[in-house]
Design a protein around this ligand. Sequence first.
Ligand code: DGL
Length: 271
Amino acid sequence: MIRVNDVSGDVAIGIFDSGIGGLTVYQQIAALLPAENLIYLGDTARCPYGTKSHDVVTQYACENSDFLAERNIKMLVVACNTASAVALMALQERYTIPVIGVIRPGALAAVRSSQNRKIGVIGTEATIASGAYTKALRALDPSLEIYTRACPLLVPLVEEGWVENDVARSTVATYLSSLKQSGIDTLILGCTHYPLLKKTIAVYLGDHVELIDSAEETAKVVVETLSDNHRTQSNGPGRGSFFVTDSPDQFIKVGARFLGDVVESAVRLER
Ligand code: DGL
């Protein structure tokens, strides 16, 4: 187990994702905890994780987390559904600090929201194949009807900024038609990129289907988990630092689509 020593005061919260999508989680944490310092690592050189094997995703997740742990963080947020689905337990066993993933917060919010107990989950191939959402949902309520669908083309669409055009609309319709027919009243957006498609998905499924954004739910769990004596004493605003494993320029450019101009600069890691 890797002991992370100083967990008080102005020590940062570490956040990582396979790339840019975890900025949706970063944004929500920054909104709820504006005085905290945040360090974000986007493993852009090795993205996507969603098509890779569990072993490889776990190895990448450990390497990313070790990088953040070396910066003496007080909490680790796995802002990637795929890494949370396959590697969360390995990371929780690896460090002495709290490690928070995005799966359970999303599942909890979905169970709270559903009236008819029919819940849909969309995510990458690895996330859906892992069954992590199904397990988390069943643990909360074994009587749920759960419908899942891997939607691998949605990540590149978002990266391209195609979130509200004809291609986005028809891809969403193709992926979600069986979920729509199954009568779900709640859909978990089980991938960091999907909140950017919220509008298009909402129009296709209609108002009666609640969309659960794991980013929002995870940020709430971060706030709950950060006990009072681990909060920064500073009045802020906190510092945001961004690291990437590929070109910072591309990260900043695509990041602007996620966050506006919040990511002004990023440092490329040499591994
Ligand atoms: N961040 C990933 C997730 O939330 C999506 C991109 C990828 O496949 O790496 O599952």
